[in-house]
Design a protein around this ligand. Structure first.
Ligand SMILES: NC(=O)c1ccc[n+]([C@@H]2O[C@H](COP(=O)([O-])OP(=O)(O)OC[C@H]3O[C@@H](n4cnc5c(N)ncnc54)[C@H](OP(=O)(O)O)[C@@H]3O)[C@@H](O)[C@H]2O)c1
Length: 253
């Protein structure tokens, strides 16, 4: 049985709590947040606190807090030589105060509080300075059905940057597409099979091979028409930048 204390009550902390709570191999001995209100509704399931001085003993302390809060929160923890990890993709392991045994437990997935997450679909990138700590983190991930990947900080930061491209930037493009369809009174939903197929295709062929469209074909007239259709300068700039990038990749410039 792995004893865990969760710190933070945002998107990641909430999903980790649910998954650990459901696991037979993990006990959440306590849940901390600086504002009790966010976790108070779980007090019948777990000991909740907003007081760092009350923190109980555990095998792992998981700080699922904003990146900028990791350093100061780890400094405030009133103990030393226990395993303390953060869940950030881009923050150094060394941001954690050195009095602790330090590690990273980065779930490479997008989490929002009100959408379901199956941890079977969440690869967890783990990092630790001590071998036995790495073993504990791997066991913890396995307990919630996740695969682990042992990565170093540079690799994790590269994955996080790549994740911004595939998730945040793609999602912003969906947002623009939504605006375009709405402006003509046509449903965004009609695009959903295309969105799904775009993601499904790269299961079997590379992103390079999967590319289609006017930029790849260098259909100049269509590109010109698209730019004329776009009303916002920001959208024109994004279209032009991505079109140039595709043309460069496929040798059309
Ligand atoms: N969301 C994702 O998709 C995702 C995916 C992978 C990794 N991550 C990483 O997971 C971590 C948490 O992300 P999130 O999306 O769950 O964040 P979030 O929903 O914004 O929640 C942030 C949490 O941090 C707490 N916090 C902020 N400043 C604090 C401080 N100075 N001291 C103590 N607690 C503080 C907040 O407390 P209050 O409730 O009191 O405001 C809140 O509980 C980040 O490192 C992020 O990079 C996020």
């Amino acid at each position: 049985m792995i004893k865990v204390v969760i710190l933070g009550a945002g998107n990641v902390a909430t999903h980790l709590f649910k998954a650990f709570y459901a696991s037979e191999d993990v006990t959440v001995v306590q849940w901390y947040n600086r504002h009790l209100k966010a976790i108070d509704l779980h007090k019948n399931k777990v000991d909740v606190t907003d007081n760092l001085l009350e923190l109980k003993e555990a095998d792992v302390y998981i700080m699922a807090v904003s990146d900028d809060a990791i350093e100061s929160l780890s400094e405030q923890l009133p103990f030393s030589q226990r395993l303390v990890v953060h869940t950030s993709g881009s923050t150094s392991l060394y941001a954690i105060e050195q009095k602790h045994y330090r590690g990273v437990f980065y779930p490479l997935q997008t989490f929002s509080k009100n959408t379901e997450v199956d941890f079977g679909n969440v690869p967890i990138c783990v990092e630790a300075l001590k071998k036995e700590d790495l073993k504990t983190l791997k066991k913890l991930a396995k307990a919630i059905g996740s695969d682990t990947h042992k990565v170093n900080t540079n690799q994790r930061q590269a994955l996080h940057l790549a994740a911004v491209f595939v998730n945040n930037f793609s999602n912003q493009l969906y947002r623009i597409a939504h605006e375009l369809t709405e402006s003509q009174g046509v449903e965004f939903d009609i695009l959903k099979p295309l969105i799904k197929e775009t993601a499904a295709k790269i299961e079997t062929i590379s992103p390079f091979m999967a590319q289609t469209g006017p930029a790849k074909r260098n259909d100049k007239k269509t590109i010109k028409r698209h730019l004329k259709q776009l009303k916002k300068e920001e959208h024109k700039a994004i279209y032009t930048l991505l079109t140039e990038s595709i043309k460069n990749t496929h040798g059309n410039n």
